[in-house]
Design a protein around this ligand. Structure first.
Ligand code: NAP
Length: 460
């Protein structure tokens, strides 16, 4: 494992970074632990000044933040700018609302008084993925810093420049050293950080494999964890959907971030009556995407994050076809430098095909045709994942009724699964546990402390 910036557009190695020594790691942990004692004693108002300033700086330096995203993991530059804006929105949201979310909650016992106070845990450890190099950090850091916790983060190996830029942001905003710490560390060191008694909670966003490893280690230490893991979201199209608009959303749902979203639509489940027309229009729209330099605003098909990601995806497609799937379009790498893959659609995926259960992290759509809404729901639920999903129908009541039968953490009607600061984000089953964002995300790493006042003369 290493920390290396490589431009996936052309394979250029931009910069490599040394991992921290054990001595440097110890010093970072000690600084964070000492910082907690100061940070936690500040008022919400004092913390909010610094946190809100971080949002202002992100917006002011939008280009400075967006460019390394595009350079390190190939996100289209307009989407990188959008991610910077969204991250700033999340930071602002918690600066404004944390005190309301965490204010004491009065209880109404039969006698005397009682309330729930929210107390910070301490130093938290985040392990984060490359696909949204700032948004993932913002949704962990902002609520927890406002709650009075301090955070240390191990970011993904391929986005070290983004990781370092985000750490600098907090120092520039006036946060004390140790409030937000970026760690360039090995997996062994990750385990030691989890074991360290100064660490009080662990949040991971990433693959199921990483989630199992880190959650198991946290469990051994009896430490609370949240897991935001993979997904295989269903994109259900009912026969009464507005076909043209649905296809536009299908392209966005599949191709945003070149398909590398946990909540990207991965399984397109279309009712028979519309299936042929949907497939035809979807294919035509995907074929129009224009590959090129992700720094160029005219490009609509960027590279995957790394060469390794491309190789893994190509192998998954090959295996799917060997096991009986039909290639409707694409399936190959583009004949040009860089980690580019053709937009791909697979159909005829039977339950015994590994593709039926696997997560395809990139521009690969799995297409299923079903008889009716009941079959659509049954197929959507036939997955080990349970992150998001969407239903397209002109009948919103029907959409809501079906949403109640879908076993995931999030269901969107007439929109692909997506995220805003004020909506909770997270899944069930192999997609993990816990929630980030909204009023819920800030509750994960606080001690819900009961404070009870009783009459000294009350009976035992
Ligand atoms: P990943 O390989 O699991 O990596 C995520 C993070 O975990 C990285 O920092 C990685 O470090 C670290 N890591 C991996 N294995 C580890 C281990 N055994 N011990 C300690 N640390 C470990 O995932 P990814 O490829 O970066 O991201 C894609 C996955 O994340 C997809 O499955 C996607 O669906 C999921 N995701 C989920 C959400 C959500 O909110 N549910 C959001 C975004 C992404 P290195 O980079 O150094 O290996």
């Amino acid at each position: 494992m290493s920390y290396e910036s490589v431009n996936p557009y052309d394979g250029t190695v931009l910069q490599t970074f040394e991992e921290m020594t054990d001595g440097q790691l110890e010093s970072a942990l000690a600084t964070a632990a000492a910082c907690f004692e100061i940070w936690n004693k500040k008022s919400y108002g004092e913390r909010a000044v610094i946190v809100a300033r971080a949002a202002v700086l992100m917006r002011e330096r939008s280009e400075e933040f967006a460019r390394p995203v595009t350079l390190e993991m190939g996100k289209l530059i307009t989407q990188a700018r959008g991610e910077v804006e969204l991250s700033a929105d999340i930071i602002d949201y918690y600066a404004k609302n944390a005190e309301t979310f965490l204010g004491p909650e009065a209880l109404h016992p039969t006698t005397g008084e009682a309330e729930i106070q929210n107390a910070a845990f301490g130093v938290l450890f985040g392990v984060e993925p490359w696909n949204f190099p700032y948004y993932q950090l913002a949704r962990f850091a902002a609520p927890n810093l406002m709650a009075g916790n301090v955070v240390i983060v191990k970011h993904a190996g391929c986005v070290p420049q983004c990781a370092i830029a985000f750490e600098k942001l907090w120092l520039d905003a006036g946060a004390p050293a140790g409030a937000y710490t970026n760690l360039l560390i090995s997996y062994d060191q990750v385990n030691r950080v989890i074991d360290d008694p100064r660490i009080k909670g662990i949040a991971l966003t990433g693959s199921v494999e990483a989630g199992k490893a880190v959650a198991a280690r946290a469990g051994l230490n009896l430490k609370k964890s949240t897991m935001e893991l993979g997904g295989s979201d269903a994109f259900i199209v009912l026969e009464d959907a507005d076909l043209d608009k649905t296809v536009e959303w299908a392209v966005w749902a599949k191709m945003n971030n070149t398909g590398q979203c946990c909540v990207a639509a991965k399984r397109f489940i279309v009712v028979e009556e519309l299936a042929d027309r949907f497939l035809d229009k979807f294919q035509t729209a995907l074929a129009k995407l224009k590959p090129g330099n992700p720094m160029d605003v005219a490009t609509t098909l960027g590279p995957l994050s790394t060469e390794a990601a491309l190789i893994k995806l190509l192998a998954q497609v090959k295996q799917a076809v060997e096991k009986g799937a039909k290639l409707v379009m694409g399936g190959k790498r583009l004949n040009r430098p860089g980690a580019f893959m053709e937009p791909t659609i697979l159909s005829h995926i039977t339950p015994d095909n590994p593709a039926f259960r696997d997560e395809f992290f990139g521009p690969v759509a799995l297409f299923f045709r079903v008889k009716d809404e009941n079959e659509a729901i049954a197929l959507a639920n036939d997955s080990e994942f349970g992150l998001g999903g969407s239903i397209f129908t002109r009948d919103v009541h029907r959409g809501k009724r079906l949403a109640s039968h879908i076993n995931t953490g999030m269901v969107f009607i007439n929109h692909p699964t997506w995220t805003t600061p004020d909506l909770p984000f997270g899944g069930i089953k192999n997609s993990g546990y816990g929630r980030e964002l909204s009023s819920m995300g800030i509750q994960e790493f606080v001690n819900k402390k009961l404070v009870r006042t009783a009459s000294i003369d009350a009976p035992a």
